[in-house]
Design a protein around this ligand. Sequence first.
Ligand SMILES: [Zn+2]
Length: 668
Amino acid sequence: MTESLRFLELASAPDVSFWARLAELKLNEYKLSEDPIPVVGHYRASANNFASPLILTSASFDLETTYENQIRMEGEVVLLNTLESMKTFERKKAGLSCIERIDEDVGSGAWVEASSKLNRFVVVCFADLKQYTFYYWVCVPAVKAASPMISKTVEEGAGQDVCTACYEYYKGTKGRTPFWIVEGGGGDTPFRCRGIGEYDRCEKKEEVIVAFVDPSDATGSPGWPLRNFLWFVASSLWGAKTVRVLCLKEEKLGRFSTTSSVLHTVDVPPESGEDKGKTIAAVGWEHNAKGGLGPRSVNLASTLDPKQRASAAMDLNLKLMRWRALPELQVDRLSKSKCLLLGAGTLGCAVSRILQGWGCRKITFVDSGKVAFSNPVRQSLFEFTDCLEGGKPKAQAAADALKKIFPDADSSGVQLTIPMPGHPVKEGSKLHRQTMETVSSLDALVKDHDIVFLLTDTRESRWLPTLLSLAHGKLAVSVALGFDTFLVMRHGCLAQGEKRLGCYFCNDVAAPLNSTKNRTLDQQCTVVRPGLASIASALAVELVSSILQHPMKGAASDEDESILGGVPHSIRGFLDSFEQLKLSSPAFGNCVGCSERVLASYADEKGREAFLTRVFNEPEYLEELTGLTELKRKAQEALEGMEIESDEDDTFGDGGGGGDDDDDFQIL
Ligand SMILES: [Zn+2]
């Protein structure tokens, strides 16, 4: 049998971590430098009929990386700045410069200690970091001899003795020795392995076998790294005419295979040695996926950037919910909603975290306060350091915290005091002008979002947001806490027409007043059971998630159901008895928050400022406007007519906290 010996290409296998590390180094260290970057790759003996590739990982940039049972190969990465320069890159020159380096190592004898130096590789690449696409071309250069190597014989299989002897030798070489010498094995002489540099000391050179850790899985074609050995060493250095090479394959980890290892007898053309010093050609540029000579590309957009990975992981969680539990669930409905959270306290923090759990990215906090020392233990987005130096603005601190949790969060904070009825603003004053500007800002914020969460700690601060949400047709959800009770309510919307559900103020018969006046310390501070906010916040977001799955969304009747279940109007919870009630109430025609007259007064752009000024300065004006005053008068008359005892009149009084709802829910 005489035919030219063919070698199996050593395919490159750069993994995701290799590109991730390269991208990171490019951004932070190499920048525009195109200087070659030293790296190491690894390959191993083929195992179970699988050829080993040249493996490149993030560890390839650590030049000391070695692995048990893997051959280390030195190489370099040439990272070009443009795709264009990749096309004009001088490949031949790069291949030859590798060959020259090998030649130097052979000349200096460095190859004797590490015969892995007989092969090198070069990766030329361009990283499109915007698209996270890498174009790359790998070469493991081999000398192209003037005449081919001739395969004389191929013997499949190897004895157990020689395999064992080889492995014993190999495991001590730390991956730097893919080639060594095997002697003996004849008669009673056991096999003996020696370093590749001891060839000259071998007595019977014709009996010498060169052991080779072979990445090729093909019986007739040894792996690519053998090619340089035959040229540089067997032919040039030893001047051998015929070489026997035992191509060792793995059976399993820590053992060479007696069945798939192959003994090749190769005729080495003598003239190849004489080529030394002449112009020689290097071959070994890898074929691309189409089988042609050309670069490959890999797009890692979805896997490379850790932020994108976080994002993909979050979406996957939601998708899993679809795959497993609810195939019809439209996760985008909440995850793509823009949420405005009025209040970045206990409720705001808790609501935002659950929104994130639903994949929600666009979250805007509005709050006027700063993080206080009492906050972090209850308000999950803050920590001790946020309280220092007077405290960070809560809205911004909360937005920043969401980004820390999930870098893809599109969160922002707006420091703003919501204008409130009963908080006077003198006409013509600076405060008046600022207040009107704030109204405009808040109006724009509501308009820009899809869902408005009313999470502030006073009743009157919910008035303007209630009105704005209704005016702009946004889904509004109120959460309010008492000491051990809570209310979660979705406000009705105009699209419900006659059957409009009520708002936060609909059950009240008093306009909101300044409820912070004359409060004792326990009334000013958060005096609620610590678990309450989490319970109520979770219910609020889950209510929204259910509403959004309904075809009518916010206009859904409270008696309907979505694929997630009920869409109740309001939920009241009582922590003392651990009970919850679903309640429903229609919009109240005389409501100070959502009745036609209030809405019309705000909608009238010319009269808006005057209307708001009166509301802020004279809260009872809302009662007059909506007819509440008249209603109360009639009620009073009716009660008097019924001769109800006088102390019951207080039911309709507006003293104290300003309304019965307020008694339960004025404090966060
Ligand atoms: Zn109302």
